[in-house]
Design a protein around this ligand. Structure first.
Ligand code: MSP
Length: 529
């Protein structure tokens, strides 16, 4: 069965910032992990290109909406490429095939009696593309998120009969594991408990949208159209737009990874739409937290957004991925602090992990003919580092299964710390000077190299670059399943599956150890990001 995972489809009103890159990086780690486990993966990301917000942004820039969308979605495409994101799809909701999928889906929902006409009155935030319930201020209300004036709307729209799905949605959100992390479930439960109201799915007088078949003057509300992008994205490149075909390509999704602000759309509206169309429901919706910067919400108005392209260029992929995945519990809000970022990268990656490999490999080469020394007493799984490796393996797999990237990263790091500690305790540089200690030194170095090999493998989904450099330095094959769209990369030499390679004892005594070079440079930033 295909493991389908999605990022949100990003609005193309502005160029990408680190908030959007955050979700995509986390999904990339998850996609790589699932591939490493041998799953067939369909990793979907994309751009949400219709609606009033986009139309207005394009107008302000003096561009046609299509030209504007082409330009910004190209920036997204390039960004994901430069970050080596392993997405299989990048769906754009202006793809002509998407229009057909939306039409087919709508026909099912309408045939099911779930579309009615109604009057929509209320305060609307264009930046959220959402009606706001009961704003606090009676006069000139503002959007609490964007701090911009809300706009009063009063129009005849088409409504989706969400109210019919009250019981089904209550049962769904009560299902263990559907909304993750569990702490987010409560807010959705409260919303649903108030009673689900039908929601409008069309707009009138909004040309930048997909026309609603049979309802002249109406275009689809951007969220109705956007969510269906997940289905269009299932189609293979160039495949005809047929909903029945699309859902055979990897539906239902295993997980929709989103920010906490759009949980309601994914955990309530979307499942009801799918039920109405007779389609299966996604297995999980994971709502992660927001990134702030030095304690303040990242936003254009504050001028404190971090540009992921600049970050990549100045700091490199490994550094940024490590900081975001290792320091911020996925699900909670997280604060980007430059000094902490530098410290973590240098301590964890350059000092602890990088040096471990470098110094051990240098000693092994020097004293054991540039090769892996014989394992001797380190061959057995009762060796303390074998035990530590087994603990790290279990913690990392459990963490990755639950999208707890921090726990997985800590498992790898902890193993490296244990191996460094072991090396310092055994002090092979002193032992080597004593007679008859060669066997013991060999076993010690074997154990530490073997631990470094397992650290590298555990890092494969999180930091594929560093992991690859470490494995190469150990003379080990780099798993090809970490590669973006596998066919784009040359196949690695035959190796055991990743899960099996995590077992203790994979290094072969006598195998050549390539000449070491630093696997991780220290991060030095001479000016603020
Ligand atoms: N277009 C909709 C999603 C449609 S999905 C069918 C949308 N787009 S968005 O570009 O505004 O936001 C995309 C995602 O980025 C959201 O999940 C949002 O939570 C996330 N983030 C935007 N700013 C963020 C931070 N500062 N930190 C973390 N994530 C944030 O909503």
């Amino acid at each position: 069965m295909t493991y389908t995972l999605t990022t949100p489809l990003y609005y193309v009103n502005d160029k990408p910032h680190l908030g959007s890159a955050y979700t995509t990086l986390a999904c990339d780690a998850l996609a790589r992990y699932q591939r490493l486990k041998g799953q067939t993966v369909l990793f979907i990301t994309g751009c949400d290109e219709h609606g009033q917000k986009i139309q207005r942004t394009a107008e302000a820039a003096g561009l046609s909406p299509q030209a504007h969308c082409d330009a910004v979605s190209e920036q997204y495409r390039q960004l994901w490429q430069s970050w080596q994101i392993s997405n299989d799809r990048l769906i754009r909701t202006t793809d002509p095939r998407h229009r057909h999928i939306v039409e087919q889906f709508f026909a099912r929902v309408e045939a099911n009696g779930d579309i009615v006409e109604g009057r929509q009155q209320g305060w609307y935030c264009v930046a959220c593309e959402e009606f706001k319930d009961d704003p606090h201020e009676a006069q000139d209300p503002e959007c609490p998120i964007h701090r911009r004036p809300l706009e009063w709307r009063d129009e005849l729209n088409l409504f989706f009969r969400l109210s019919r799905y009250q019981q089904a949605i209550e049962a769904l959100i009560a299902r263990e594991g559907f909304i993750q992390p569990a702490s987010r479930r409560r807010e959705v439960e409260n919303f649903v408990k108030q009673g689900l109201r039908d929601f409008s799915i069309s707009r009138i007088n909004l040309p930048w949208g997909i026309p609603v078949p049979g309802h002249e003057g109406h275009t689809f509300y951007v969220w109705f159209d956007a969510l269906l992008g997940y289905l269009t994205a299932l189609l293979e490149p160039g495949e005809e737009a047929d909903l029945d075909t699309a859902i055979t390509r990897g539906w239902p999704a295993a997980v929709h990874v989103i920010g906490k602000d759009i949980l309601r759309f994914h955990a309530v509206y979307w499942p009801a739409m799918l039920l109405s169309a007779g389609l299966d429901l996604p297995q999980q919706v994971f709502g992660h937290g927001f990134l702030t910067r030095e304690g303040q919400k990242m936003g254009k108005s504050l001028g404190n957004v971090l540009d992921p392209a600049e970050l990549l260029q100045r700091c490199g992929r490994d550094a940024v991925r490590w900081y975001l995945l290792r320091d911020i519990p996925f699900g909670d809000d997280g604060d980007f602090q430059q000094q902490r970022f530098i410290d973590l990268v240098n301590n964890d990656l350059a000092n602890t992990i990088g040096n471990l490999l470098n110094r051990t490999s240098s000693m092994a080469r020097r004293w054991f003919s540039e090769a892996v020394p014989p394992a001797g007493t380190a061959a057995g799984t009762e060796h303390p580092l074998a035990q530590a490796a087994e603990g790290a393996r279990q913690q990392a797999l459990e963490g990755l299964d639950g999208l707890d990237f921090r726990s997985a990263a800590e498992a790898a790091l902890q193993l490296a710390i244990s191996a460094n500690g072991y090396l310092n305790d055994q002090a092979p540089w002193s032992k080597m000077k004593q007679p008859d200690s060669c066997e013991q030194v060999a076993a010690d170095l074997y154990a530490v190299l073997e631990a470094a090999r397992i650290v590298a493998l555990l890092l494969a989904p999180l930091l594929p670059d560093l992991s690859g450099r470490m494995l190469t330095q150990l003379g080990q094959p780099v798993p090809c399943s970490t590669a973006a769209s596998a066919e784009a990369q040359p196949a690695a030499p035959a190796a055991l599956p990743w899960l099996e390679r995590l077992a203790w004892g994979g290094l072969e005594a006598g195998a050549a150890l390539p000449e070491p070079s630093p696997v991780m440079a220290r991060l030095e930033l001479d000016s603020p990001l």
